[in-house]
Design a protein around this ligand. Structure first.
Ligand SMILES: O=C(O)CC1=CCC(=O)O1
Length: 94
């Protein structure tokens, strides 16, 4: 199943600098592991926003929920999930 996921990040201004650096490093490693595994298909920065738009290819809703719930930045994010279906005009789909 394919999903578009928008993640808006809002880190508190008074967040301890070490906690901030550690959380961002863990987020990057977590994301890159899932990208290497093929479930996190792509990640794009949204211009002018501390947000990303990502595409996930996962087995089911429960797996996507598990991935998102375990994001190191989860508590600092607002997440919007959009399920995707094939478009009939997509030449890649045949
Ligand atoms: O968009 C961000 O910066 C948050 C994020 C999600 C995965 C990642 O590496 O950073």
């Amino acid at each position: 199943m394919l999903f578009a996921v928008k993640m808006d990040v809002a880190l508190p201004r008074d967040l301890d600098a070490d906690v901030r650096a550690d959380t961002l490093a863990r987020e990057k490693a977590y994301s890159q592991d899932l990208q290497r595994g093929g479930e996190w298909v792509s990640i794009w920065r949204m211009v002018g926003q501390y947000s990303n738009l990502s595409i996930f290819h996962v087995a089911d809703n429960e797996r996507l929920h598990e991935i998102l719930w375990n994001l190191p930045l989860f508590e600092f994010m607002t997440i919007e999930v959009t399920p995707l279906a094939q478009h009939p005009s997509d030449i890649a789909a045949g």
